[in-house]
Design a protein around this ligand. Sequence first.
Ligand code: AGP
Length: 610
Amino acid sequence: MCGIIGYIGNRQATPILIGGLRKLEYRGYDSAGVSVIDPSSGAGSRVVRCRGKLSGLEQKLVAEPAVGTVGIGHTRWATHGRPSDENSHPHKVGAISVIHNGIIENHLTLRQELASAGAKFSSETDTEIFAHLVDHALTAGAPDLVTAVRRSLQKVRGSYAFVVMSDKEPGTLVAAKNSSPLVVGLGDGENYVASDVTAILSETRKVIFIEEGEMVVVTRDAVTITDFDGNVHKREPKIITWSALQAEKGGFKHYMLKEIHEQPRAVADTLVGRVDLENDDVLLDGIELDVKSIKRIIFIACGTSFHASLVGEFLIEALARIPVEVDVASEFRYRDPIIGKGDLVVAVSQSGETLDTMEAIREAKKKGAKVLAISNVLEASIPRLADYAFYTHAGPEIGVASTKAFTTQLVGMALLAIYLGRRTGTLKPEKARELLAELVALPQKLRDVVESGAQIQAIARRYGNATGFLFLGRGAQYPIALEGALKLKEISYIHAEGYPAGEMKHGPIALIDEHLPVVVLAPRGPSYEKTVSNLAEVRARQGKVIAIASRGDNEIGSHSDDVIVVPDVALELQPIVTVLPLQMLSYYVADFKGTDIDQPRNLAKSVTVE
Ligand code: AGP
Protein backbone atom coordinates (compact mmCIF):
# COMPACT_ATOMS: atom_id res chain seq x y z
CA MET A 1 0.00 0.00 0.00
CA CYS A 2 1.15 3.50 -0.70
CA GLY A 3 2.21 5.88 2.07
CA ILE A 4 1.23 9.50 2.61
CA ILE A 5 2.72 12.31 4.65
CA GLY A 6 2.12 16.06 4.66
CA TYR A 7 3.69 18.82 6.75
CA ILE A 8 2.85 22.46 7.32
CA GLY A 9 4.79 24.53 9.85
CA ASN A 10 7.94 26.58 10.31
CA ARG A 11 10.59 23.91 9.88
CA GLN A 12 12.04 22.62 6.62
CA ALA A 13 9.49 20.13 5.27
CA THR A 14 11.72 17.83 3.20
CA PRO A 15 13.61 16.11 6.06
CA ILE A 16 10.30 15.60 7.91
CA LEU A 17 8.65 14.15 4.81
CA ILE A 18 11.57 11.81 4.09
CA GLY A 19 11.72 10.77 7.76
CA GLY A 20 7.99 9.97 7.69
CA LEU A 21 8.24 8.04 4.44
CA ARG A 22 11.12 5.99 5.91
CA LYS A 23 8.77 4.89 8.68
CA LEU A 24 6.38 3.62 6.00
CA GLU A 25 9.01 1.71 4.02
CA TYR A 26 8.11 -1.58 5.70
CA ARG A 27 4.80 -1.53 3.79
CA GLY A 28 6.58 -1.97 0.49
CA TYR A 29 6.77 0.57 -2.36
CA ASP A 30 8.30 1.01 -5.77
CA SER A 31 8.74 4.76 -6.04
CA ALA A 32 8.65 7.92 -3.96
CA GLY A 33 8.36 11.66 -4.28
CA VAL A 34 7.81 15.00 -2.58
CA SER A 35 6.34 18.38 -3.50
CA VAL A 36 7.54 21.26 -1.32
CA ILE A 37 6.64 24.97 -1.25
CA ASP A 38 8.48 27.88 0.28
CA PRO A 39 5.55 30.22 1.05
CA SER A 40 7.87 33.19 1.61
CA SER A 41 9.45 32.93 -1.86
CA GLY A 42 6.27 33.23 -3.90
CA ALA A 43 7.67 30.55 -6.21
CA GLY A 44 5.68 27.41 -6.91
CA SER A 45 6.31 24.02 -5.37
CA ARG A 46 9.22 21.87 -6.41
CA VAL A 47 8.29 18.29 -7.23
CA VAL A 48 11.02 15.66 -7.01
CA ARG A 49 10.07 12.04 -7.78
CA CYS A 50 11.93 8.88 -8.43
CA ARG A 51 11.29 5.26 -9.25
CA GLY A 52 12.90 2.92 -6.71
CA LYS A 53 13.93 3.38 -3.11
CA LEU A 54 13.94 6.45 -0.89
CA SER A 55 17.74 6.55 -1.07
CA GLY A 56 17.36 7.30 -4.80
CA LEU A 57 14.97 10.14 -4.02
CA GLU A 58 17.37 11.52 -1.43
CA GLN A 59 20.19 11.52 -4.00
CA LYS A 60 17.96 13.36 -6.44
CA LEU A 61 17.10 15.89 -3.72
CA VAL A 62 20.79 16.67 -3.31
CA ALA A 63 20.93 17.74 -6.95
CA GLU A 64 17.49 19.40 -6.91
CA PRO A 65 16.87 20.58 -3.32
CA ALA A 66 13.21 21.03 -2.35
CA VAL A 67 13.25 23.92 0.08
CA GLY A 68 10.24 25.15 2.04
CA THR A 69 8.09 24.73 5.10
CA VAL A 70 5.04 23.15 3.49
CA GLY A 71 5.05 19.87 1.64
CA ILE A 72 3.60 16.48 0.81
CA GLY A 73 5.40 13.18 0.29
CA HIS A 74 4.41 9.76 -0.97
CA THR A 75 5.65 6.23 -1.39
CA ARG A 76 3.83 4.48 -4.25
CA TRP A 77 2.97 0.83 -4.65
CA ALA A 78 1.87 0.69 -8.25
CA THR A 79 -1.72 -0.21 -9.09
CA HIS A 80 -2.51 1.79 -12.25
CA GLY A 81 0.52 2.38 -14.41
CA ARG A 82 3.91 0.73 -14.04
CA PRO A 83 6.48 1.92 -11.50
CA SER A 84 8.30 4.86 -13.16
CA ASP A 85 9.38 8.44 -12.41
CA GLU A 86 6.37 9.81 -14.32
CA ASN A 87 3.86 7.63 -12.49
CA SER A 88 5.29 8.47 -9.05
CA HIS A 89 3.38 10.90 -6.84
CA PRO A 90 3.00 13.84 -6.25
CA HIS A 91 1.26 14.64 -9.53
CA LYS A 92 1.32 18.30 -10.42
CA VAL A 93 -1.14 20.01 -12.74
CA GLY A 94 -0.94 23.81 -12.91
CA ALA A 95 -0.57 24.98 -9.32
CA ILE A 96 -2.00 21.78 -7.84
CA SER A 97 0.05 18.93 -6.31
CA VAL A 98 -1.74 15.73 -5.32
CA ILE A 99 -0.82 12.52 -3.51
CA HIS A 100 -3.26 9.64 -3.30
CA ASN A 101 -3.68 6.21 -1.75
CA GLY A 102 -6.36 3.94 -3.16
CA ILE A 103 -7.96 3.45 -6.54
CA ILE A 104 -10.19 5.81 -8.53
CA GLU A 105 -12.80 3.48 -9.94
CA ASN A 106 -14.12 5.71 -12.75
CA HIS A 107 -10.70 6.98 -13.85
CA LEU A 108 -11.09 5.90 -17.48
CA THR A 109 -14.33 7.84 -17.98
CA LEU A 110 -12.91 10.88 -16.19
CA ARG A 111 -9.72 10.72 -18.25
CA GLN A 112 -11.77 10.77 -21.47
CA GLU A 113 -13.90 13.69 -20.25
CA LEU A 114 -10.85 15.68 -19.17
CA ALA A 115 -9.01 14.91 -22.42
CA SER A 116 -11.96 16.17 -24.47
CA ALA A 117 -11.82 19.36 -22.40
CA GLY A 118 -8.18 19.75 -23.42
CA ALA A 119 -6.31 18.15 -20.49
CA LYS A 120 -2.87 16.72 -21.29
CA PHE A 121 -1.71 13.81 -19.16
CA SER A 122 1.86 13.08 -18.22
CA SER A 123 1.34 9.74 -16.45
CA GLU A 124 -0.66 6.52 -16.72
CA THR A 125 -2.09 6.84 -13.22
CA ASP A 126 -5.62 7.26 -11.93
CA THR A 127 -4.25 9.83 -9.43
CA GLU A 128 -3.26 12.43 -12.01
CA ILE A 129 -6.94 12.67 -12.93
CA PHE A 130 -7.69 14.14 -9.52
CA ALA A 131 -5.04 16.85 -9.93
CA HIS A 132 -6.67 17.74 -13.27
CA LEU A 133 -10.13 17.80 -11.69
CA VAL A 134 -9.03 20.22 -8.96
CA ASP A 135 -7.17 22.42 -11.45
CA HIS A 136 -10.20 22.37 -13.74
CA ALA A 137 -12.57 23.29 -10.88
CA LEU A 138 -10.41 26.31 -10.06
CA THR A 139 -10.31 27.43 -13.69
CA ALA A 140 -14.08 26.98 -13.82
CA GLY A 141 -14.51 29.44 -10.96
CA ALA A 142 -14.14 27.60 -7.65
CA PRO A 143 -13.20 30.42 -5.23
CA ASP A 144 -10.55 28.46 -3.32
CA LEU A 145 -8.71 25.16 -3.00
CA VAL A 146 -11.16 23.71 -0.46
CA THR A 147 -14.14 24.31 -2.74
CA ALA A 148 -12.26 22.96 -5.75
CA VAL A 149 -11.37 19.77 -3.88
CA ARG A 150 -14.95 19.41 -2.64
CA ARG A 151 -16.32 19.76 -6.19
CA SER A 152 -13.77 17.29 -7.53
CA LEU A 153 -14.61 14.71 -4.88
CA GLN A 154 -18.17 14.68 -6.16
CA LYS A 155 -16.87 13.35 -9.48
CA VAL A 156 -14.70 10.46 -8.28
CA ARG A 157 -15.77 6.99 -7.21
CA GLY A 158 -13.50 4.52 -5.49
CA SER A 159 -11.27 4.30 -2.46
CA TYR A 160 -8.99 7.16 -1.59
CA ALA A 161 -7.03 9.25 0.81
CA PHE A 162 -5.99 12.42 -1.04
CA VAL A 163 -3.79 15.27 0.10
CA VAL A 164 -3.85 18.35 -2.12
CA MET A 165 -1.66 21.43 -2.04
CA SER A 166 -1.77 24.59 -4.18
CA ASP A 167 1.08 26.98 -5.06
CA LYS A 168 -1.50 29.75 -4.82
CA GLU A 169 -2.60 28.92 -1.24
CA PRO A 170 0.63 27.68 0.34
CA GLY A 171 -0.77 27.99 3.86
CA THR A 172 -3.24 25.13 3.46
CA LEU A 173 -3.26 21.38 2.95
CA VAL A 174 -6.59 19.82 2.03
CA ALA A 175 -7.16 16.08 2.53
CA ALA A 176 -10.10 13.73 2.07
CA LYS A 177 -10.84 10.15 2.96
CA ASN A 178 -12.97 7.32 1.63
CA SER A 179 -11.92 3.76 2.57
CA SER A 180 -8.17 4.52 2.81
CA PRO A 181 -6.74 5.50 6.18
CA LEU A 182 -5.94 9.13 7.00
CA VAL A 183 -4.75 10.71 10.23
CA VAL A 184 -3.86 14.26 11.24
CA GLY A 185 -1.03 14.91 13.70
CA LEU A 186 -1.13 18.02 15.88
CA GLY A 187 1.96 20.03 16.76
CA ASP A 188 2.71 23.45 18.16
CA GLY A 189 2.47 25.91 15.27
CA GLU A 190 2.79 22.97 12.89
CA ASN A 191 0.57 20.09 11.80
CA TYR A 192 0.85 16.85 9.87
CA VAL A 193 -1.28 14.60 7.78
CA ALA A 194 -0.47 10.96 7.09
CA SER A 195 -1.85 7.62 5.99
CA ASP A 196 -0.59 5.95 9.20
CA VAL A 197 0.41 7.20 12.61
CA THR A 198 3.77 5.46 12.12
CA ALA A 199 4.79 8.21 9.72
CA ILE A 200 4.39 11.00 12.29
CA LEU A 201 4.92 9.26 15.61
CA SER A 202 8.44 10.63 16.07
CA GLU A 203 7.01 14.18 15.66
CA THR A 204 3.77 14.03 17.62
CA ARG A 205 1.58 11.61 19.54
CA LYS A 206 -1.48 13.86 19.48
CA VAL A 207 -3.64 12.76 16.54
CA ILE A 208 -7.12 12.87 15.06
CA PHE A 209 -8.24 9.94 12.93
CA ILE A 210 -10.23 11.11 9.92
CA GLU A 211 -13.36 9.09 9.21
CA GLU A 212 -15.15 7.93 6.08
CA GLY A 213 -16.53 10.72 3.92
CA GLU A 214 -14.61 13.46 5.72
CA MET A 215 -12.40 16.28 4.47
CA VAL A 216 -9.82 18.04 6.56
CA VAL A 217 -8.27 21.45 6.06
CA VAL A 218 -4.90 21.74 7.76
CA THR A 219 -3.03 25.00 8.35
CA ARG A 220 -0.13 25.74 10.72
CA ASP A 221 -2.48 26.64 13.54
CA ALA A 222 -5.77 24.92 12.83
CA VAL A 223 -7.35 21.66 11.74
CA THR A 224 -10.94 21.76 10.47
CA ILE A 225 -12.80 18.56 9.75
CA THR A 226 -15.97 18.61 7.65
CA ASP A 227 -18.08 16.22 5.64
CA PHE A 228 -18.03 16.56 1.85
CA ASP A 229 -20.86 19.12 2.08
CA GLY A 230 -18.89 21.37 4.39
CA ASN A 231 -20.68 20.59 7.68
CA VAL A 232 -18.13 20.83 10.49
CA HIS A 233 -17.36 17.68 12.52
CA LYS A 234 -15.90 18.29 15.98
CA ARG A 235 -13.53 15.62 17.27
CA GLU A 236 -11.16 15.54 20.23
CA PRO A 237 -7.58 14.45 19.55
CA LYS A 238 -6.28 11.14 20.89
CA ILE A 239 -2.91 10.54 22.47
CA ILE A 240 -1.14 7.55 20.93
CA THR A 241 0.70 5.37 23.41
CA TRP A 242 1.85 2.72 20.89
CA SER A 243 5.53 2.08 20.33
CA ALA A 244 6.82 2.70 16.79
CA LEU A 245 6.72 -1.06 16.06
CA GLN A 246 3.17 -1.40 17.36
CA ALA A 247 2.17 1.53 15.19
CA GLU A 248 3.64 -0.14 12.09
CA LYS A 249 1.38 -3.04 12.83
CA GLY A 250 -1.60 -0.73 13.25
CA GLY A 251 -1.75 -1.65 16.94
CA PHE A 252 -1.98 -5.39 16.13
CA LYS A 253 0.48 -7.80 17.68
CA HIS A 254 1.63 -9.16 14.30
CA TYR A 255 1.45 -8.16 10.65
CA MET A 256 -0.46 -11.36 9.99
CA LEU A 257 -3.25 -10.32 12.37
CA LYS A 258 -3.30 -6.84 10.84
CA GLU A 259 -3.56 -8.37 7.37
CA ILE A 260 -6.36 -10.69 8.48
CA HIS A 261 -8.23 -7.59 9.63
CA GLU A 262 -7.47 -5.76 6.38
CA GLN A 263 -9.35 -8.33 4.32
CA PRO A 264 -12.68 -6.47 4.08
CA ARG A 265 -10.86 -3.48 2.60
CA ALA A 266 -8.62 -5.62 0.40
CA VAL A 267 -11.62 -7.44 -1.07
CA ALA A 268 -13.35 -4.11 -1.73
CA ASP A 269 -10.22 -2.93 -3.58
CA THR A 270 -10.17 -6.08 -5.73
CA LEU A 271 -13.72 -5.32 -6.80
CA VAL A 272 -13.12 -1.66 -7.61
CA GLY A 273 -13.88 -0.93 -11.27
CA ARG A 274 -14.65 -4.55 -12.09
CA VAL A 275 -18.29 -5.05 -11.17
CA ASP A 276 -20.63 -3.90 -13.93
CA LEU A 277 -24.05 -4.08 -12.29
CA GLU A 278 -25.74 -2.34 -15.21
CA ASN A 279 -24.86 -5.15 -17.61
CA ASP A 280 -24.63 -8.01 -15.07
CA ASP A 281 -21.04 -8.43 -16.15
CA VAL A 282 -17.41 -8.16 -15.10
CA LEU A 283 -14.81 -5.76 -16.49
CA LEU A 284 -11.36 -7.30 -16.57
CA ASP A 285 -9.18 -4.17 -16.80
CA GLY A 286 -9.39 -4.12 -20.57
CA ILE A 287 -8.43 -7.81 -20.92
CA GLU A 288 -10.41 -9.21 -23.84
CA LEU A 289 -10.16 -13.00 -23.86
CA ASP A 290 -11.37 -14.88 -26.94
CA VAL A 291 -13.57 -17.03 -24.72
CA LYS A 292 -15.21 -19.06 -27.49
CA SER A 293 -11.79 -20.39 -28.52
CA ILE A 294 -10.89 -21.61 -25.01
CA LYS A 295 -11.28 -25.39 -24.86
CA ARG A 296 -9.64 -25.88 -21.49
CA ILE A 297 -8.20 -23.84 -18.65
CA ILE A 298 -5.12 -25.00 -16.78
CA PHE A 299 -4.22 -23.34 -13.49
CA ILE A 300 -0.59 -23.42 -12.40
CA ALA A 301 0.46 -22.22 -8.96
CA CYS A 302 2.18 -23.14 -5.70
CA GLY A 303 1.15 -23.31 -2.05
CA THR A 304 -1.70 -21.03 -1.08
CA SER A 305 -2.10 -19.84 -4.68
CA PHE A 306 -2.56 -23.49 -5.67
CA HIS A 307 -5.44 -23.71 -3.21
CA ALA A 308 -7.02 -20.57 -4.66
CA SER A 309 -6.69 -22.23 -8.09
CA LEU A 310 -8.59 -25.29 -6.86
CA VAL A 311 -11.44 -22.97 -5.87
CA GLY A 312 -11.10 -21.39 -9.34
CA GLU A 313 -11.63 -24.83 -10.89
CA PHE A 314 -14.85 -25.26 -8.94
CA LEU A 315 -16.14 -21.80 -9.89
CA ILE A 316 -15.24 -21.85 -13.58
CA GLU A 317 -16.59 -25.35 -14.17
CA ALA A 318 -19.81 -24.44 -12.33
CA LEU A 319 -20.43 -21.05 -13.93
CA ALA A 320 -18.72 -21.21 -17.33
CA ARG A 321 -18.75 -24.96 -18.01
CA ILE A 322 -15.19 -24.88 -19.38
CA PRO A 323 -13.10 -27.90 -18.32
CA VAL A 324 -10.41 -26.94 -15.82
CA GLU A 325 -7.25 -28.65 -14.61
CA VAL A 326 -5.10 -27.46 -11.73
CA ASP A 327 -1.43 -28.27 -11.48
CA VAL A 328 1.30 -27.59 -8.98
CA ALA A 329 3.72 -25.43 -11.00
CA SER A 330 6.82 -27.44 -10.05
CA GLU A 331 5.17 -30.63 -11.34
CA PHE A 332 3.67 -29.09 -14.46
CA ARG A 333 6.96 -27.91 -15.88
CA TYR A 334 8.59 -31.34 -15.65
CA ARG A 335 5.81 -33.61 -16.86
CA ASP A 336 5.86 -32.61 -20.51
CA PRO A 337 2.24 -31.47 -20.34
CA ILE A 338 -0.06 -31.92 -23.32
CA ILE A 339 -0.98 -28.39 -24.05
CA GLY A 340 -1.72 -26.26 -27.08
CA LYS A 341 -3.59 -23.44 -28.72
CA GLY A 342 -7.07 -24.02 -27.27
CA ASP A 343 -5.67 -23.88 -23.73
CA LEU A 344 -5.69 -20.85 -21.50
CA VAL A 345 -3.12 -21.18 -18.76
CA VAL A 346 -3.88 -19.16 -15.63
CA ALA A 347 -0.77 -18.61 -13.49
CA VAL A 348 -1.60 -17.57 -9.93
CA SER A 349 1.03 -16.00 -7.69
CA GLN A 350 0.61 -13.39 -4.99
CA SER A 351 4.26 -12.30 -5.20
CA GLY A 352 4.46 -12.62 -8.97
CA GLU A 353 8.02 -13.90 -8.51
CA THR A 354 7.75 -17.62 -7.71
CA LEU A 355 10.34 -19.36 -9.85
CA ASP A 356 8.43 -22.63 -10.26
CA THR A 357 5.40 -20.75 -11.57
CA MET A 358 7.54 -18.63 -13.85
CA GLU A 359 9.20 -21.67 -15.42
CA ALA A 360 5.81 -23.35 -15.83
CA ILE A 361 4.61 -20.29 -17.76
CA ARG A 362 7.64 -20.51 -20.04
CA GLU A 363 6.82 -24.15 -20.71
CA ALA A 364 3.16 -23.31 -21.47
CA LYS A 365 4.08 -20.45 -23.80
CA LYS A 366 6.63 -22.61 -25.59
CA LYS A 367 3.79 -25.01 -26.34
CA GLY A 368 1.55 -22.29 -27.77
CA ALA A 369 -0.84 -21.54 -24.87
CA LYS A 370 -1.96 -18.05 -23.92
CA VAL A 371 -1.22 -17.16 -20.29
CA LEU A 372 -3.23 -15.01 -17.90
CA ALA A 373 -1.43 -14.08 -14.66
CA ILE A 374 -3.25 -13.36 -11.41
CA SER A 375 -0.82 -11.46 -9.22
CA ASN A 376 -0.85 -9.05 -6.31
CA VAL A 377 2.31 -7.21 -7.37
CA LEU A 378 2.15 -4.90 -10.35
CA GLU A 379 4.84 -5.44 -12.96
CA ALA A 380 6.34 -8.41 -11.13
CA SER A 381 8.10 -11.00 -13.31
CA ILE A 382 5.08 -13.33 -13.70
CA PRO A 383 2.55 -10.75 -14.92
CA ARG A 384 5.22 -9.33 -17.22
CA LEU A 385 5.88 -12.76 -18.69
CA ALA A 386 2.18 -13.52 -19.20
CA ASP A 387 0.00 -12.36 -22.11
CA TYR A 388 -2.57 -10.81 -19.77
CA ALA A 389 -2.42 -9.71 -16.14
CA PHE A 390 -5.12 -9.38 -13.52
CA TYR A 391 -4.04 -7.67 -10.30
CA THR A 392 -5.71 -8.43 -6.98
CA HIS A 393 -4.87 -5.06 -5.34
CA ALA A 394 -4.68 -6.52 -1.82
CA GLY A 395 -1.83 -4.16 -0.94
CA PRO A 396 1.58 -5.45 0.20
CA GLU A 397 1.46 -8.50 2.41
CA ILE A 398 4.25 -8.60 4.97
CA GLY A 399 3.39 -11.71 6.99
CA VAL A 400 4.94 -14.70 5.25
CA ALA A 401 1.72 -16.68 5.67
CA SER A 402 -0.63 -15.44 3.01
CA THR A 403 -4.06 -14.22 4.13
CA LYS A 404 -5.43 -11.17 2.32
CA ALA A 405 -3.57 -12.13 -0.86
CA PHE A 406 -5.46 -15.46 -0.78
CA THR A 407 -8.95 -14.04 -0.21
CA THR A 408 -8.44 -11.50 -2.97
CA GLN A 409 -7.27 -14.30 -5.29
CA LEU A 410 -10.59 -16.02 -4.50
CA VAL A 411 -12.44 -12.83 -5.42
CA GLY A 412 -10.40 -12.76 -8.64
CA MET A 413 -11.49 -16.36 -9.35
CA ALA A 414 -15.14 -15.42 -8.86
CA LEU A 415 -14.80 -12.42 -11.19
CA LEU A 416 -13.03 -14.51 -13.82
CA ALA A 417 -15.68 -17.26 -13.62
CA ILE A 418 -18.50 -14.72 -14.01
CA TYR A 419 -16.69 -13.06 -16.93
CA LEU A 420 -16.24 -16.42 -18.67
CA GLY A 421 -19.74 -17.66 -17.84
CA ARG A 422 -21.34 -14.55 -19.33
CA ARG A 423 -19.40 -15.14 -22.54
CA THR A 424 -19.97 -18.88 -22.85
CA GLY A 425 -23.65 -18.16 -22.21
CA THR A 426 -23.87 -20.67 -19.37
CA LEU A 427 -24.31 -17.97 -16.72
CA LYS A 428 -27.65 -16.25 -17.00
CA PRO A 429 -27.83 -12.49 -16.30
CA GLU A 430 -30.04 -13.03 -13.21
CA LYS A 431 -27.52 -15.38 -11.59
CA ALA A 432 -24.62 -13.08 -12.54
CA ARG A 433 -26.49 -10.16 -10.98
CA GLU A 434 -27.07 -12.12 -7.77
CA LEU A 435 -23.40 -13.10 -7.51
CA LEU A 436 -22.15 -9.60 -8.28
CA ALA A 437 -24.45 -8.10 -5.66
CA GLU A 438 -23.19 -10.67 -3.16
CA LEU A 439 -19.59 -9.83 -4.02
CA VAL A 440 -20.27 -6.15 -3.40
CA ALA A 441 -21.82 -7.03 -0.01
CA LEU A 442 -18.87 -9.26 0.98
CA PRO A 443 -16.61 -6.71 2.73
CA GLN A 444 -19.24 -6.05 5.40
CA LYS A 445 -19.74 -9.79 5.94
CA LEU A 446 -16.00 -10.34 6.24
CA ARG A 447 -15.93 -7.59 8.85
CA ASP A 448 -18.42 -9.63 10.92
CA VAL A 449 -16.12 -12.67 10.74
CA VAL A 450 -12.93 -10.89 11.76
CA GLU A 451 -14.78 -9.57 14.77
CA SER A 452 -15.27 -13.11 16.11
CA GLY A 453 -11.60 -13.19 17.20
CA ALA A 454 -12.24 -13.67 20.94
CA GLN A 455 -14.18 -16.94 20.44
CA ILE A 456 -11.55 -18.31 18.05
CA GLN A 457 -8.76 -17.33 20.44
CA ALA A 458 -10.48 -19.29 23.23
CA ILE A 459 -10.77 -22.37 20.98
CA ALA A 460 -7.12 -22.01 19.95
CA ARG A 461 -6.02 -22.00 23.59
CA ARG A 462 -7.95 -25.21 24.24
CA TYR A 463 -6.37 -27.07 21.31
CA GLY A 464 -3.02 -25.31 21.16
CA ASN A 465 -1.15 -28.30 22.62
CA ALA A 466 -2.48 -30.80 20.09
CA THR A 467 0.19 -32.52 18.02
CA GLY A 468 -1.92 -32.79 14.90
CA PHE A 469 -5.06 -31.41 13.27
CA LEU A 470 -7.30 -32.68 10.50
CA PHE A 471 -9.24 -30.29 8.22
CA LEU A 472 -12.19 -31.63 6.23
CA GLY A 473 -14.37 -30.09 3.53
CA ARG A 474 -16.35 -31.03 0.42
CA GLY A 475 -16.66 -29.28 -2.95
CA ALA A 476 -15.11 -25.82 -2.87
CA GLN A 477 -14.56 -26.27 0.87
CA TYR A 478 -11.97 -28.98 0.19
CA PRO A 479 -9.34 -26.45 -1.02
CA ILE A 480 -10.20 -24.39 2.05
CA ALA A 481 -9.48 -27.43 4.23
CA LEU A 482 -6.10 -27.69 2.47
CA GLU A 483 -5.47 -24.00 3.06
CA GLY A 484 -6.46 -24.25 6.74
CA ALA A 485 -3.99 -27.11 7.20
CA LEU A 486 -1.20 -25.29 5.36
CA LYS A 487 -1.71 -22.12 7.40
CA LEU A 488 -1.55 -24.04 10.67
CA LYS A 489 1.59 -25.94 9.62
CA GLU A 490 3.35 -22.80 8.40
CA ILE A 491 3.04 -20.72 11.52
CA SER A 492 2.40 -23.08 14.45
CA TYR A 493 4.60 -25.99 13.25
CA ILE A 494 1.80 -28.41 14.17
CA HIS A 495 1.29 -31.18 11.66
CA ALA A 496 -2.03 -30.80 9.88
CA GLU A 497 -3.72 -32.43 6.94
CA GLY A 498 -6.52 -31.25 4.71
CA TYR A 499 -8.78 -33.91 3.25
CA PRO A 500 -11.95 -34.12 1.19
CA ALA A 501 -14.47 -35.05 3.90
CA GLY A 502 -15.63 -38.11 1.91
CA GLU A 503 -12.07 -39.47 1.81
CA MET A 504 -11.76 -39.64 5.57
CA LYS A 505 -13.13 -43.17 5.75
CA HIS A 506 -10.45 -44.30 3.27
CA GLY A 507 -7.59 -43.78 5.67
CA PRO A 508 -7.33 -40.76 7.95
CA ILE A 509 -10.17 -42.06 10.11
CA ALA A 510 -7.52 -44.31 11.70
CA LEU A 511 -5.95 -41.21 13.25
CA ILE A 512 -9.03 -40.14 15.11
CA ASP A 513 -9.02 -40.31 18.89
CA GLU A 514 -9.75 -37.91 21.75
CA HIS A 515 -6.49 -36.03 21.06
CA LEU A 516 -7.21 -35.09 17.45
CA PRO A 517 -8.99 -31.81 16.76
CA VAL A 518 -10.88 -32.04 13.46
CA VAL A 519 -11.93 -28.82 11.79
CA VAL A 520 -14.94 -29.46 9.58
CA LEU A 521 -16.10 -26.93 6.99
CA ALA A 522 -19.85 -27.35 6.97
CA PRO A 523 -21.63 -24.27 5.62
CA ARG A 524 -25.12 -24.73 4.18
CA GLY A 525 -25.15 -26.28 0.71
CA PRO A 526 -25.79 -29.43 -1.28
CA SER A 527 -23.22 -31.50 0.63
CA TYR A 528 -24.19 -30.23 4.08
CA GLU A 529 -25.88 -33.45 5.23
CA LYS A 530 -23.06 -35.67 4.04
CA THR A 531 -20.56 -33.43 5.82
CA VAL A 532 -22.59 -33.62 9.02
CA SER A 533 -22.44 -37.43 8.75
CA ASN A 534 -18.63 -37.21 8.53
CA LEU A 535 -18.63 -34.99 11.56
CA ALA A 536 -20.73 -37.56 13.46
CA GLU A 537 -18.22 -40.26 12.46
CA VAL A 538 -15.43 -38.18 14.02
CA ARG A 539 -17.46 -37.63 17.17
CA ALA A 540 -18.25 -41.35 17.46
CA ARG A 541 -14.48 -41.99 17.73
CA GLN A 542 -14.00 -39.32 20.41
CA GLY A 543 -12.42 -36.86 17.97
CA LYS A 544 -12.89 -33.19 18.86
CA VAL A 545 -14.95 -31.36 16.26
CA ILE A 546 -14.64 -27.66 15.47
CA ALA A 547 -17.33 -26.89 12.91
CA ILE A 548 -17.40 -23.86 10.61
CA ALA A 549 -21.10 -23.40 9.95
CA SER A 550 -23.60 -20.94 8.50
CA ARG A 551 -25.33 -18.46 10.78
CA GLY A 552 -28.66 -19.82 11.98
CA ASP A 553 -27.65 -23.49 11.73
CA ASN A 554 -29.15 -24.82 14.95
CA GLU A 555 -28.46 -28.46 14.21
CA ILE A 556 -24.70 -28.59 13.93
CA GLY A 557 -24.03 -27.71 17.58
CA SER A 558 -25.29 -31.10 18.71
CA HIS A 559 -22.59 -32.84 16.61
CA SER A 560 -19.68 -30.54 17.45
CA ASP A 561 -17.55 -29.46 20.38
CA ASP A 562 -17.28 -25.92 19.01
CA VAL A 563 -19.09 -24.05 16.27
CA ILE A 564 -17.68 -20.96 14.55
CA VAL A 565 -20.43 -19.21 12.67
CA VAL A 566 -19.97 -17.43 9.32
CA PRO A 567 -22.50 -15.23 7.46
CA ASP A 568 -24.66 -16.74 4.75
CA VAL A 569 -23.41 -16.07 1.22
CA ALA A 570 -24.02 -17.69 -2.18
CA LEU A 571 -22.55 -21.19 -2.40
CA GLU A 572 -19.96 -20.04 -4.97
CA LEU A 573 -18.60 -17.40 -2.59
CA GLN A 574 -18.58 -19.46 0.61
CA PRO A 575 -14.82 -20.21 0.47
CA ILE A 576 -14.13 -16.49 0.84
CA VAL A 577 -15.91 -16.36 4.19
CA THR A 578 -15.03 -19.80 5.57
CA VAL A 579 -11.28 -19.36 5.19
CA LEU A 580 -11.16 -16.42 7.59
CA PRO A 581 -11.87 -18.43 10.78
CA LEU A 582 -9.17 -20.91 9.70
CA GLN A 583 -6.60 -18.12 9.27
CA MET A 584 -7.56 -16.80 12.69
CA LEU A 585 -7.46 -20.24 14.30
CA SER A 586 -3.92 -20.80 12.96
CA TYR A 587 -2.90 -17.35 14.08
CA TYR A 588 -4.15 -17.79 17.65
CA VAL A 589 -2.74 -21.32 17.97
CA ALA A 590 0.66 -20.03 16.84
CA ASP A 591 0.39 -17.05 19.17
CA PHE A 592 -0.44 -19.42 22.02
CA LYS A 593 2.68 -21.44 21.16
CA GLY A 594 4.80 -18.29 20.85
CA THR A 595 6.22 -18.98 17.39
CA ASP A 596 7.64 -16.35 15.06
CA ILE A 597 4.34 -15.75 13.28
CA ASP A 598 5.37 -13.16 10.72
CA GLN A 599 8.56 -14.92 9.75
CA PRO A 600 8.08 -18.62 10.37
CA ARG A 601 11.19 -20.78 10.34
CA ASN A 602 12.50 -21.97 6.97
CA LEU A 603 9.94 -19.98 4.94
CA ALA A 604 10.32 -17.02 2.59
CA LYS A 605 7.71 -14.59 1.31
CA SER A 606 8.64 -15.14 -2.29
CA VAL A 607 10.30 -18.36 -3.33
CA THR A 608 12.68 -17.58 -6.16
CA VAL A 609 14.59 -20.87 -6.10
CA GLU A 610 13.61 -24.31 -7.34
C1 AGP B 1 1.46 -19.03 1.72
O1 AGP B 1 1.07 -18.85 3.05
C2 AGP B 1 2.82 -19.53 1.57
N1 AGP B 1 3.77 -18.69 2.18
C3 AGP B 1 3.23 -20.17 0.27
O2 AGP B 1 2.60 -21.40 0.17
C4 AGP B 1 2.96 -19.38 -1.03
O3 AGP B 1 1.59 -19.35 -1.28
C5 AGP B 1 3.71 -20.03 -2.21
O4 AGP B 1 5.08 -19.99 -2.00
C6 AGP B 1 3.36 -19.40 -3.53
O5 AGP B 1 3.69 -18.05 -3.53
P1 AGP B 1 3.16 -17.05 -4.61
O6 AGP B 1 1.68 -16.96 -4.47
O7 AGP B 1 3.84 -15.75 -4.30
O8 AGP B 1 3.54 -17.57 -5.95
